[in-house]
Write a protein of this length. Structure first.
Length: 363
């Protein structure tokens, strides 16, 4: 196995990295951990229960003991100190089962493996799956507004009349975006559900009644956006400048033509970011801001498992920060999970980012 993706040292790994078999972004961090001599075990949920084996028994003290193994490697659950929940796949269930059997087997696998790992009191997660799920769009925007962030006027509805009235209040300057994720598959092909303006003929469409939709006031005087990556209590912001075209509304549509510039967040925003992540018990997240012509910063998205490797400068800084955090937790003595306190110095200084656009796909 490649040393950029798994530690090969002897002993029981105290760090578990859960991600898919092909994950170049994770490789950047794992390569750094290898250089530091931090032992870890990279696993893919697609190998459970076909190749990964879980054997655990409840001890008299109320803790689960036992092992997770694959025939070549094994970790003692009592020795685990940290889990990086990076990019988990679905479980690799056996062929030939009925739909009902597969549904039952998947629930069993999730309850058995994840339930056991979640019950280990000495393990620190980046991040716990349930904390990622709690940070959904309605809750994150509500929490952001409560903490004093500027948030665009937002409506979630399945009522076409309400959607039409919302668009009228904002003189048609309204966008819609997905509530449940960006990527979709149809007919064997993958696509992206990007932010797009709602045309007049769709503002009261009967199809809105088919499900819940999110509508927001469009920031028409947008100057640029900021992507913020947070690792523990360290904040890494970068400006994103998109040319005219589809990327101007949603930069994810046009990553090859983006320009990135170093930036520093206003101190109150940095402090509120850490407060927001603490509320959701997240040690890692990415946040997106729109900055208008007056300098107002509008928070539009919090992604507990967001990407960062498409920014070249971050391919060194973020792996180092993640490795610092994982190494610290892996080497730490067993203790209760704690979350970063808000510091006065909550903002990272300027990054030496390239001033010109460059090509880079999502990491």
């Amino acid at each position: 196995m490649n040393t950029t993706t798994a530690s090969t040292r002897s002993g029981t790994p105290r760090l578990l990295v859960v991600t898919v078999a092909l994950d170049p972004t994770a490789d950047l961090v794992l390569r750094e951990l290898n250089a530091r001599g931090v032992e870890f075990w990279r696993i893919d949920l697609a190998d459970f229960p076909s190749r990964l084996r879980l054997s655990t028994q409840l001890r008299p003290d109320g803790r689960w003991g036992g092992t997770l193994s694959d025939g070549r490697r094994e970790t003692d659950l009592a020795e685990l100190r940290a889990i990086w929940w990076r990019k988990p796949a679905g479980f690799g269930l056996a062929e030939g089962m009925s739909v009902a059997e597969r549904g039952w087997a998947e629930r069993q696998a999730r309850a058995g493996l994840l339930g056991t790992l979640n019950s280990l009191p000495q393990v620190v997660w980046i991040n716990r799956p349930e904390n990622n799920q709690r940070c959904d769009k309605p809750r994150q925007l509500a929490a952001a507004a409560q903490l004093g962030f500027a948030v665009p006027d937002t409506l979630i509805t399945d009522d076409p009349a309400e959607a039409a009235a919302f668009a009228q209040r904002h003189r048609g300057h309204v966008v819609t975006k997905s509530l449940s994720g960006l990527v979709y598959e149809e007919g064997g092909e993958r696509g992206g559900l990007y932010t797009y303006p709602v045309p007049p003929e769709q503002r009261g469409s009967e199809r809105i009644a088919l499900t819940a939709h999110l509508f927001q006031r469009r920031i028409i005087d947008k100057e640029y956006e900021i992507r913020v990556t947070v690792v523990g209590d360290r904040i890494f912001p970068v400006e994103i400048h998109a040319p005219e075209g589809s990327g101007r509304l949603d930069w994810r549509c046009d990553t090859p033509n983006l320009a990135y510039r170093s930036t520093v967040l206003p101190s109150p925003i940095g402090e509120r970011i850490l407060m927001l992540l603490r509320r959701f018990q997240l040690r890692f997240a990415t946040l997106d801001f729109i900055v208008d012509s007056r300098g107002a910063h509008y928070l539009v998205d919090v992604n507990p498992n967001g990407q960062w490797a498409w920014v070249p400068e971050f391919r060194q800084r973020i792996p180092n920060a993640l490795a610092d955090l994982l190494e610290k937790e892996t080497r730490a003595s067993p203790q209760r999970e704690a979350f970063p306190r808000v510091r006065h110095l909550a903002v990272v200084g300027r990054d030496s980012l390239p001033p010109a656009p460059f090509v880079g796909g999502a990491g």
